[in-house]
Design a protein around this ligand. Structure first.
Ligand code: GMT
Length: 418
């Protein structure tokens, strides 16, 4: 006989109903997969049963963690089909899972095609299900806008039981572009403070100086060289190539500086070519995709994100959580994450001279750098608190499920709507 399942424990001391949640995300190097993985892990730590469903293991997922399960979607590749019908394979997997593991709710990260698969699974499954869709960025600003997907994206947003967006900017863009007749809850992203902490506020038994020495050994820049960090999935809208142009301008100003690139993507060959064209091989380190980038964030001189568009900019938040000032584009949701002149600088996308100037200021003024780094850390902790954000998702689920939320602290029920 099944043992009674204890209610989920919650850091505010209340106990909540234990849910069985399916999380659908992309497994590849990218912010939406990271957010999905970190959220799922935190929900599992609270006692919920969390099932990740994707075509590959999400790149930061620890399968050994308690209450965490991974289900791989496989699809038939048949000569009549123009491509693999992932949407259908995913729907089928979700419907099976819902029945077998008594799933309460499917949480889709990135609308296309995940939300459509989840809605189909909801039709097929033999138990009632709720579907939550979190919009992350290009699912609205690029892919979903494409005429070939527009109607389906709009339908998916309107038909989900709940839709959230990672920034006010993205919620407003969604309403504007899709004329959606639904409330979109804004729930910002978070960075896990147990992993992303600064060298000046380390946990007990952690030696940041030893970590710095190891990193210096790995990077092998001349001793004392400041270095800029860029972390992205190297797609064209990240403007990663601009990091090399900015480095070039800094060296033309006579500034000794290095550049560390973490991640990979279709723009990488162009970036490598530009490094070669400008003769900057000695100053750039291409590290590739890392599932544990925190040490790099912690010891970088500054973090650079010159994107053309960015609905949130999770990498900037991770850098700030590590006490590193940021230089980012003034675009999309980044002004909701970065406090201008307080935690870093914002520059118009494409303004290479403006980016170079902001980097120069930080590289040449250690006092300013330290002040901004400290404020960045505090800003991240105060405004993007992990536990508070996980609780908002949890409350959102319970409200949609019509479940008991009366144990919540007053004023906490539900999310801000945009
Ligand atoms: O929209 C994308 O490009 C996909 C997504 C990803 O998987 O990398 O990135 C988006 O989601 C992140 C997590 O919410 C945000 O931090 C990124 O700003 C956002 N990317 C864009 O808007 C370009």
């Amino acid at each position: 006989m099944n043992q009674p399942i204890p209610p989920a424990t919650h850091p505010d001391g209340n106990r909540r109903e234990r849910l069985s949640i399916a999380i659908v995300c992309y497994p590849t190097y990218g912010g939406s997969g990271v957010v999905a993985t970190e959220l799922g892990r935190c929900l599992a730590e609270r006692g919920h049963e969390v099932h990740f469903v994707s075509y590959g293991l999400p790149f930061r997922l620890d399968q050994q963690a308690k209450n965490v399960f991974f289900h791989k979607v496989t699809t038939l590749n048949y000569p009549l089909f123009p491509g693999q019908l992932y949407t259908l394979g995913l729907a089928s997997k979700l419907a099976d899972l819902a029945d077998e593991r008594e799933i309460d709710l499917i949480h889709c990260h990135y609308a296309i095609p995940h939300a459509m698969s989840a809605l189909l699974a909801k039709e097929i499954a033999r138990r009632p299900l709720r579907v939550v869709t979190t919009l992350h960025g290009t699912d609205i600003t690029l892919v979903g806008r494409d005429p070939s997907f527009y109607r389906v994206t709009r339908y998916a947003i309107e038909s989900s039981d709940g839709t959230t967006a990672v920034s006010r900017y993205l919620a407003e863009e969604t309403v504007r572009r899709f004329c959606c007749e639904c409330d979109i809850a804004v729930i910002h992203n978070f960075a896990d403070e147990r992993v992303f902490f600064p060298p000046f506020a380390p946990p007990p038994d952690f030696d940041p100086e030893e970590e710095r020495r190891q990193l210096e050994h790995l990077l092998n820049f001349p001793p004392g060289t400041p270095w800029i960090l860029h972390v992205s999935n190297f797609r064209p809208l990240k403007n990663s190539i601009h990091t090399v142009d900015i480095l070039h301008r800094l060296t033309q100003r006579g500034i000794e500086v290095g550049l560390v690139l973490i991640g990979d993507g279709i723009e990488m060959p162009r970036v490598l070519e530009r490094i070669h064209q400008l003769g900057l091989e000695d100053r750039v380190r291409c590290i590739g995709a890392r599932d544990q980038p925190a040490a790099f964030y912690r010891h970088a001189t500054l973090f650079l994100l010159p994107s053309q568009s960015e609905s949130f900019g999770l990498a900037a938040l991770e850098a700030m959580s590590c006490g590193t000032p940021v230089v980012v584009s003034r675009t999309g949701g980044l002004p909701e994450v970065v406090a201008e002149g307080e935690t870093g600088f914002m520059v118009e996308p494409g303004d290479l001279e403006g980016f170079t100037e902001a980097c120069t200021l930080l590289i040449e003024d250690p006092t300013l750098r330290r002040q901004l780094g400290e404020r960045a850390y505090l800003h991240a902790r105060e405004n993007f608190d992990r536990q508070a954000i996980v609780s908002r998702y949890e409350d959102y689920y319970l409200t949609l499920l019509g479940r008991e939320t009366k144990t919540l602290r007053s004023g906490q029920a539900g999310a801000e709507t945009g």
